[in-house]
Design a protein around this ligand. Structure first.
Ligand code: DGP
Ligand code: NA
Ligand code: NA
Length: 210
């Protein structure tokens, strides 16, 4: 196979770290430099499963903790054929949240173990790079009020942050931590240069599995 598959790059972090803004800017910058790049986001609220998740996040429905976890995972699995196809065509995929959010958010709930939470996502395409946008609770608070969705409160977000720290010790995943407490442009520059390195490395490697 020619050395030119696309890279799978994931942005993770607690809510309000700037993931969505940075994903969009990175895709735009790559496209402007003549590369093929597309953004994905999880949860993808547009599918049938995504609509169940959306209703849960908007607190219009309640679902048992294991059940909603499996739906979030299924919502990633349903995009796997598309993800593989795009990467093989040489398209870079920039992803707003992935399986790591799944594990961090669900395992922050009482009685949900990290090991159980990881299992449904085993076998998903492995990201070539996971950029973790680090934001202190103080800076997060400075960015304004939380919204009204489920999980959007300070105590839960602190628990999520702790779970992310634990997940980042897994050396089988290519984590890079970035300080998100600075201007949008500075952050963008750093994300761009770190992504470039990951794209060069990914080009000649097969797609891995989580
Ligand atoms: P947003 O990224 O703004 O669309 O918000 C999605 C919310 O859902 C956010 O609070 C993080 C949470 N979330 C994302 N993925 C998962 C997952 O797989 N499991 C659980 N329990 N929560 C998730
Ligand atoms: Na959110
Ligand atoms: Na976001």
């Amino acid at each position: 196979m020619a050395c030119r598959r696309g890279a799978l790059i994931v942005l993770e972090g607690v809510d309000r770290a700037g993931k969505t803004t940075q994903c969009k800017k990175l895709v735009q910058a790559l496209q402007q430099s003549g590369q093929r790049a597309e953004m994905l986001r999880f949860p993808d609220r547009t599918t049938e499963i995504g609509q169940l998740i959306n209703s849960y996040l908007e607190k219009k429905s309640d679902l048992e903790d294991h059940t909603i976890h499996l739906l979030f995972s299924a919502n990633r699995w349903e995009q796997v054929p598309l993800i593989k196809e795009k990467l093989e065509q040489g398209v870079h995929l920039i992803v707003d949240r992935y399986a790591f959010s799944g594990v961090a958010f669900t395992s922050a709930k009482p009685g949900m173990s990290v090991d159980w939470c990881k299992f449904p996502d085993v076998g998903l395409p492995k990201p070539d790079l996971v950029l973790f946008l680090q934001l202190s609770p103080t800076e997060a608070a400075r960015r304004g009020q939380f919204g009204v969705e489920r999980y959007e409160n300070t105590d839960f977000q602190k628990a999520v942050q702790a779970r992310f720290q634990q997940l980042m010790r897994d050396r089988s995943v290519n984590w890079e931590v970035i300080d998100a407490c600075r201007s949008v442009e500075d952050l963008h520059k750093e994300i761009k240069s770190r992504s470039k390195a990951a794209m060069d490395t990914a080009a000649c490697q097969p797609i891995g599995e989580l």
